[in-house]
Design a protein around this ligand. Sequence first.
Ligand code: GLN
Length: 221
Amino acid sequence: MPGGQGSFREHMFLLQKIPGVEVVEVRTRDELESVAGLIIPGGESTTMALVAERWGLIPELQAFAKAGKPVWGTCAGMIFLAESAEGQKKGGQSLLGGLDITVSRNFFGAQINSFETRLPAPDCVKSYGSTDDFRAVFIRAPAVLAAGPEVEILAEYTLTPEEAVVHGREKVIVAVRKGVLMATAFHPELTTDLRWHQAFVDMVRKHSQQPDKVPPSLFQN
Ligand code: GLN
């Protein structure tokens, strides 16, 4: 979404490798209406919300998700999709909501605490050519502290002993899905592993009302 903010180019680059996918940057209501699925990229969730508010897109984005069209939020996009976020400034930014999760905005700390690890691929990702673990790149990443009973947990991260002491817990959730809403705290678009994007494109294809005219958001088909 907001072509103006975040790691949208990297998402577009990977999506374009998937046959039949046409990618569109979404900045306006008309562009949003033209697509069948939307990726809300990483970036800075406060800035992203300000941009979306300024463009008058918040109600449109909420309607898009409510209409049952697939949305995938990565990192800041995950925060945006959360029903509630901790670590907000007072009067914090609008959240799009829709996903019954509570996120901690900067769970893993500042930029300097950005890191990479490998995590087991969930079934929906395993079905695309390889069952290998995936590279999970965390940049000023959020984490999910709590998820509603209907939220499917796709990936969890086991904290290091030091982190476990700081946070008083051993694990956090880092990828979730509920219906056609998906969110990841990490950035598959910063790797060469296409599987998460393939999983999302398939969600869009399956849920598209018009299979012959499948225009996902950041991409069209
Ligand atoms: N923690 C950041 C935020 O609050 C998100 C970081 C990211 O998207 N890389 O917006």
